[in-house]
Design a protein around this ligand. Structure first.
Ligand code: ZN
Length: 93
């Protein structure tokens, strides 16, 4: 019924690919946006935008659609605004 979900769940760690959350080095299958903790910390509308625009196999061909690229950029903008990265170590205070 939900073939996209089945596809993503069936995908393994086919190559090195880390979570798209800035600074997160956790390895996740290329078919997934990021690790579970970070994925679920995104607002539902951004998650559904990524989900809706993701085409199974784009992570293999390396050619995500324009809509996906826009959604992925919106996610990065949301993270930058809502979860600013701490300054580099050593510069804090
Ligand atoms: Zn992560």
């Amino acid at each position: 019924m939900n073939t996209k979900a089945a596809y993503v769940k069936s995908q393994g760690q086919t190559r090195k690919h880390h979570c798209h959350w800035p600074g997160c080095q956790r390895q996740v299958p290329p078919a997934m946006w990021g690790c579970r903790a970070h994925w679920y910390s995104l607002p539902i509308d951004l998650r559904s935008a990524i989900w809706r625009t993701y085409s199974p196999g784009q992570e293999v061909s390396g050619t995500p659609g324009r809509a996906y690229v826009d959604a992925a950029r919106a996610v990065q903008e949301w993270i930058a605004k809502n979860h600013p990265q701490p300054p580099q170590q050593g510069t804090l205070l």
